[in-house]
Design a protein around this ligand. Structure first.
Ligand SMILES: [Zn+2]
Length: 257
């Protein structure tokens, strides 16, 4: 395996806005006190958050489809694409950005790290709270028809209300000149996500999100050596949405040197 040298890191920050109710479950679907069948995942302070793994997994699967990669590996409940050999990997943006399981002999470090996105408390206004059941969430009763028995199966879905905002952060490691160009695909993944959904019940309109106020920073290896990362500068200027960044990526690319 060739030597891998870090050239620098791209830091991407901004807000994720829920444009419709957002139901990212805590898994298990167990009944909790309060009678909600599908509780939303919450942090240690009881605030809903978007797990970095959910965000990353969704962007990966959307980019897989967009680049015509067939899922070939089961990972939990999902099926994902993983390159089978080095030749394939060299041309695969998905595996380069989102990573490979460690046991592949051509494995390299994962480029993209996606942190958990935490709720911006002020985004839940008093006006919104009037229609909510809990401090940060609302509960919707839904009738789900069993496809086999046709029986109506009422259930309660907890969701984060439309209008809620989360702070997100992604770190993109740059090991080569090619990685600098591939950064564009991270924003493509965000664009694709805006036209898809996060969490569950996307077909019923849940989970529409938008990325806003994006700031992109470049921290070169030299910046780290000189202790200058606190002075890091934004390299995306007024390009603050995934669409604008993809459209004018060259303006950002030339600032990564
Ligand atoms: Zn691949």
């Amino acid at each position: 395996m060739e030597e891998i040298n870090l050239l620098g890191k791209i830091i991407i920050r901004g807000k994720i806005k829920a444009e419709t109710g957002l139901a990212i479950g805590s898994g298990g679907g167990k009944m909790e006190i309060g009678g909600v069948d599908n509780p939303v995942i919450k942090d240690a302070f009881g605030k809903p958050y978007i797990p970095g793994s959910s965000l990353k997994g969704k962007m990966r699967s959307l980019l897989e489809k967009a680049s015509g990669k067939k899922p070939n590996v089961s990972l939990g409940k999902a099926r994902i694409h993983i390159c089978e050999n080095k030749e394939e990997y060299q041309k695969c943006i998905v595996c380069k950005i989102f990573g490979l399981p460690g046991e592949k002999d051509f494995s390299e470090p994962t480029r993209l790290i996606v942190r958990d996105a935490f709720l911006i408390e002020d985004s839940i206004t008093d006006e919104m709270r009037k229609n909510m059941d809990f401090k940060y969430t609302e509960v919707k009763s839904e009738n789900v028809i069993d496809r086999i028995t046709s029986a109506a199966n009422p259930r309660q879905m907890e969701r984060v209300p439309a209008g809620a905002e989360f702070d997100f952060e992604m770190i993109y490691n740059v090991f080569s000149e090619e990685d600098k160009n591939n950064l564009k695909d991270v924003f493509k993944g965000m664009e694709l996500l805006e036209h898809d959904y996060l969490g569950s019940s996307g077909s019923r309109g849940y989970g529409k999100v938008r990325f806003e106020g994006i700031k992109v920073y470049w921290c070169s290896k030299e910046d780290y050596e000189k202790g200058k990362i606190e002075e890091k500068k934004e390299i995306n200027a007024e390009l603050q949405t995934p669409n604008k960044i993809v459209e004018k990526f060259e303006e950002i690319r030339k600032n990564i040197s």
